[in-house]
Design a binder for this molecule. Structure first.
Ligand code: DLL
Length: 433
């Protein structure tokens, strides 16, 4: 299988580490000079960017967290003036103040090449018709793959999300060969094809690039069998760049992290101590080439482990195993990041005090669905059905406007919700049961 950037993707490790060090020094300098947050952090921990003479020195720098990004909303973490920013995106999942990320012209070029790498690794070539079913908007998924596919010279069909019947029609008529979607949407497409009596094997589809949410091996097997394609897993997050952080090659033994652009570390999520290779812990990433939005030791919240053994494909880049969950309480529902705290805030604002409630996530067919059960205690008890219906609709509307996803809200009898201790105690995720 072709490799997009052999020079970097197959670089001998010694050379790679030298390149990482040079790029790290440049990144630290840029961040120190241009971002007040990093300047303060470096001062407080007595770090002088010029002193960073070995990669091992990185462990002395404190972590950057999502909370830091929230506190610096919207542009506080930008390292260039806005006139040099040619694009902004934001993390998925909320219409509230979510993290804003920026890209310079060079950042877009670098990002495009990183996505071209994962797409090439998945087998996409200039002969492909690539149908992108991610949302075109603030989400990084669609634009990331769009630019990557164009760089390869493939033809992009930018369908965006939804309208499954039309997606299928386009797939048939335009002769789509590569599908870009969340794994759950690939299952939805297969279900719908079955209902419409469309034989996926009669289509031109041959590869699927999935990401934005976990792709379990069971799901991969199902998608490959039903759609008659080869499926690869692709990892990324907006704070770091979007898709293009890591992707599988044809051997599918973990996702290669592009280490010339990012330094990965695995830490114990409780103590923050770096863990030796092979251990499962939280993935921490440092960007090495980003101009507008450099990220230094960013805690991704994703639990995984790293595999340094050489890969048969020839890439020397480390591989990350499938994520095994999150170290915080973030949920991924239909590919959208949702924090239960957002729901708590909405309910508390409406009811006046925090009601007893639980969030139940399940899968109906391939679709994630969410229900919120609120105990009908004093203050949220209605004699009249009409008033109850209006209340539930109002809560549903408010939740949709805050998290960007629909949830069914139900009133349940008092004392039927079992409140548990812990951050995510209010969440029952039946998808994993
Ligand atoms: O989901 C970027 C992306 C889009 C990657 C499309 C790949 C394909 P965010 O909206 O910021 O960005 O969400 C990032 O989603 O921290 C993970 O928890 C989860 N995630 C993304 N890809 C995978 C994956 C995009 N392949 C958050 N496996 C991350 C498991 C994933 N989780």
């Amino acid at each position: 299988m072709k490799i997009w950037d052999t020079k970097h993707e197959c670089m001998p490790r010694e050379e790679l580490e030298q390149l990482q060090l040079e790029r790290l020094q440049a990144t630290l300098n840029r961040a120190y000079k241009n971002v007040a947050f990093y300047r303060k952090m470096f001062h407080e921990s007595n770090i002088i960017p010029e002193d960073m003479q070995a990669l091992s020195g990185l462990a002395r720098i404190p972590f950057t967290t999502k909370e830091d990004l929230r506190l610096n909303y919207p542009y506080g973490m930008f390292a260039v003036p806005l006139r040099e920013v040619v694009r902004v995106h934001s993390s998925s999942g909320t219409t509230e103040k979510s993290v804003v990320v920026g890209y310079t012209k060079n950042d877009i070029k670098a990002w495009t090449n990183l996505v071209a790498r994962v797409m090439t690794a998945a087998g996409v070539t200039r002969d492909d018709m690539v149908q992108i079913t991610f949302s075109y908007g603030l989400y990084t998924g669609a634009f990331g793959f769009h630019y990557g596919a164009e760089a390869i010279g493939a033809s992009v069909i930018p369908t965006g999300t939804g309208n499954t019947d039309k997606q299928i029609m386009i797939m048939q008529d335009y002769k789509t060969t590569a599908l870009v979607s969340t794994p759950t949407y690939a299952v939805t497409l297969s279900d719908r094809m079955e209902k419409l009596n469309v034989n996926p094997k009669g289509l031109s589809l041959r590869v699927g690039l999935f990401g934005g949410e976990p792709l379990s091996e069971t799901m991969r097997t199902e998608i490959e069998a039903r759609l008659g394609i080869t499926a690869t897993d692709n990892y990324g997050l907006s704070e770091i760049i979007g898709p293009g952080v890591a992707g599988e090659c044809e051997h599918r033994c973990g996702m290669h992290i592009f280490e010339d652009a990012f330094i990965p570390e695995i830490i114990d999520p409780l103590t923050g101590t770096p863990l030796p290779a092979g251990n499962v812990g939280e993935l921490v990433l440092t960007s090495l080439t980003k101009e507008a939005f450099p990220m230094i030791r960013y805690r991704t919240g994703d639990l995984t482990s790293l595999e340094f053994a050489p890969c048969k494909c020839g890439r020397t880049m480390v591989r990350m195993n499938k994520t095994m969950g999150r170290s915080d309480d973030m949920l991924i529902i239909k590919g959208v990041n949702v924090f239960p705290s957002q729901i708590r805030t909405v309910l508390t604002a409406i009811v006046g005090t925090e009601p007893h409630y639980e969030i139940v996530i399940d899968r109906k067919g391939a679709q994630d669905c969410m229900e919120i059960h609120i105990e009908a205690a004093e203050g949220i008890f209605f004699d009249e059905m009409k008033m109850q219906k209006a209340f539930l609709e109002m809560v549903e509307k408010k939740i949709r406007s805050v998290i960007g996803l629909s949830a069914t809200v139900k009133l349940v009898a008092p004392n039927t919700v079992t409140l548990k201790e812990g951050k995510s105690g209010l969440v029952i995720d039946r998808r994993t049961m």
